[in-house]
Design a protein. Structure first.
Length: 437
């Protein structure tokens, strides 16, 4: 059985666009064939898709880096380079994707097969056939492909269940889940037998999904116990089932402790529809009247109702012996008859526009001195240099134009270097005021 993981940090990089090509049409009876270099292909996008087949982020513990393929270089005869295939990453329903650089929530994937492009692949560079103009009919240069985008993302799973089952340790939550759904959780007579959330699909026609959360204890909102770290999985449930051991001598105190911890975690729990289930009536002495016990409990709860959750109903059951489960199922069906509506805030997340090279400042560069030589470094400089034919004066002239356009030349001139001073770009040595500068 795969370990339950609900958070992961990953890095994704969309594909670079393919470079354009400098080529010429050389055919019989075509002495003035002209430029024929094709454009580069588009790099692959990074796409996340919500898959019902996944229930955990466990796979991301083994692989945390994802890189899409780059587009192919343009070809001769104006052939367009092949576009790279997109990289599709499946995640469980309810996965929240956050950009760690700016803490922006990119997407909240809540529907089956819902997709979002988080990082667009770079566009391919123009070949010399596309660059040709009326003033320059035969350019000897082309454009490099645009770079992809690298994002550091946090994936956080908030399970999309219809019903959240919560309670103190050893209250019978897992047993109840096994009776209401097809789940087969671990059931034992000792506390904290549930260490991670369990999911199950109900037996009824509505196909209701249940989430059993590890037991909460007093002080959970301060970090005690296990349950608090999993409460995010029931934040978006349509209804809660609070399971309390009715045989406990501290019945009222247990309810207060549980609900105080819920409200300390999120005040939004106060008005969430919920059913208070008093379990284990099979452990009560025959002389105890369940009706009188519930009546007395209701009286106590009414005195502090402003500080507690609003209860839809209070029911007494025995999950072990299947007593009272039919009435509980009817109450659940009644509450779930109204379809769940997600917050507008969640829907707005999914209007996110995928990041692309336009969103990043990819024209940055640095100039530094080391060992009596000067170095110029910058991704965009290396990309333009990679498509420059240093034996072709026009291609070199275009590279010089790029350096001037983006301020590299101006920064070098501020250094007041002597003519012939070595300047190294991408392991190639140029002489100041003698080569391209």
């Amino acid at each position: 059985m795969a370990k339950f993981i609900d958070e992961a940090i990953i890095e994704v990089t969309s594909g670079d666009g393919g470079n354009g090509l400098v080529a010429w049409r050389r055919e019989k009876y075509e002495p003035m064939g002209g430029p024929a270099g094709g454009d580069g292909g588009k790099g692959g996008d990074i796409i996340f898709v919500a898959s019902p087949n996944f229930t955990s982020l466990y796979d991301f513990t083994y692989k945390s880096s994802f890189v899409a393929k780059a587009g192919a270089r343009g070809g001769p005869k104006k052939r367009h380079g092949a576009n790279a295939s997109n990289l599709v990453i499946p995640v469980p329903l309810g996965t929240v994707i956050t950009d760690l650089d700016n803490q922006e929530i990119i997407a909240d994937l809540i529907y089956p097969n819902q997709q979002i492009v988080v990082a667009s692949g770079g566009f391919g560079g123009y070949g010399n056939a596309s660059i040709a103009t009326m003033l320059n009919k035969a350019p000897h240069y082309c454009e490099p492909g645009r770079p992809g985008v690298t994002l550091k993302l946090k994936l956080e799973l908030k399970t999309l269940a219809d019903i959240g089952i919560i309670g103190l340790p050893n209250a019978g939550k897992s047993c109840l889940l096994s009776k209401l759904s097809n789940a087969k959780p671990k059931i034992a007579s000792y506390p904290f037998s549930t260490l991670t959330p369990n999911l199950g699909v109900g037996h009824g026609n509505l196909k209701i999904t249940f989430a059993d959360i590890p037991g909460l204890i007093k002080g959970a909102s301060s970090g005690h116990g296990l349950g608090l770290q999993f409460l995010k999985h029931i934040e978006r449930t349509a209804c809660l089932i609070q399971v309390i051991d009715i045989s406990s001598p501290d019945l009222f105190t247990n309810i207060c402790d549980l609900e105080f911890e819920l409200l300390a975690y999120s005040p939004n729990f106060k008005h969430k529809k919920n059913i208070l289930v008093l379990n284990k009536i099979d452990l009560l002495d025959e002389s105890v009247s369940v009706f009188d016990l519930i009546k007395d409990l209701q009286h106590k709860l009414n005195k502090v109702k402003s500080k507690l959750l609003t209860h839809h109903k209070i029911l007494a059951i025995s999950a072990l012996n299947s007593v009272g489960l039919a009435e509980l199922q009817n109450e659940i069906d009644e509450l779930m008859d109204v379809p769940q509506v997600f917050d507008q805030e969640i829907l707005e997340y999914n209007q996110y526009k995928s990041a692309s090279h336009k969103d990043k400042n990819d024209k940055d560069f640095v100039i530094y001195q080391s060992g009596g030589q000067y170095y110029v470094e910058g991704d965009f400089i290396n990309r333009y240099l990679s498509v420059t034919n240093l034996r072709d004066p026009e291609s070199v002239q275009h590279f010089s134009y790029i350096l001037k356009k983006y301020g590299v030349m101006a920064k070098i001139m501020e250094l007041r270097l002597k003519p012939g001073t070595p300047i190294i770009i991408n392991n190639l040595t140029f002489k100041y005021l003698e080569d391209i500068f």
